[in-house]
Design a protein around this ligand. Structure first.
Ligand code: KMT
Ligand code: NI
Length: 177
């Protein structure tokens, strides 16, 4: 996993959008935003991922193959939806089993995007209420394990005045001080 400030230049969302020179963001800086990350080798990942899921009260999971082959006719609309800035009312975990892609998370209060480049073995915890988006990179495929605390919902709430006042959003802002 590598994280850095997104350069905000126009162009294909699948390109790295890394500043030159790069402006890296450490795991510790992400953790201060309540974005937690681990790297757990895919070979034999189950025990370690199970332990994180248990410790954080996750009861359900599924795998998602984000690719044209994996999604069929809903691919275009899904890809578009994933890249629209949104929040969820639940904490969510992604663990990458194959392929690669970018999660962009909003820093507060700067409102800058931080791009998290995810590869196999990377695990990311996105807190409830954080604004984020996702895109594939130029490899056009990611295979991810998605972990749910309760029943799978994954309702994306696009950023708006309503989400700015959402209790989960306000709760997130309180936890990061
Ligand atoms: C999200 O929350 O935007 C997603 O889960 C994107 C797809 S998971 C690789
Ligand atoms: Ni999301």
């Amino acid at each position: 996993m590598r994280a850095y400030y997104f350069d905000n230049l126009p162009g294909d969302q699948r390109l790295p959008h890394d500043y030159v020179p790069s402006r890296p963001v450490t795991r510790e800086a992400l953790a201060k935003m309540n974005v937690l990350s681990w790297t757990i080798p895919v070979e034999g990942y189950a025990a370690e991922v199970d332990e994180i899921a248990r410790a954080r009260g996750y009861k359900n999971r599924d795998t998602i193959d984000v690719s044209r082959e994996g999604m069929g006719e809903i691919y275009e609309s899904k890809i578009k939806g994933f890249f629209e800035e949104h929040m969820h009312e639940d904490e969510e975990i992604r663990y990458i089993l194959g392929g690669s892609g970018f999660f962009d998370v909003r820093e507060t209060p700067s409102d800058d995007w931080i791009r998290v480049a995810m590869e196999p073995g990377d695990l990311l915890v996105l807190p409830a209420g954080i604004y984020h988006r996702f895109t594939l990179d130029e490899t056009d495929r990611i295979l991810a394990l998605r972990l749910f605390q309760d029943e799978p919902k994954w309702v994306p709430h696009p950023r708006s005045e309503a989400t700015d006042a959402n209790v989960h959003r306000l709760g997130y802002l309180r936890t990061i001080g």
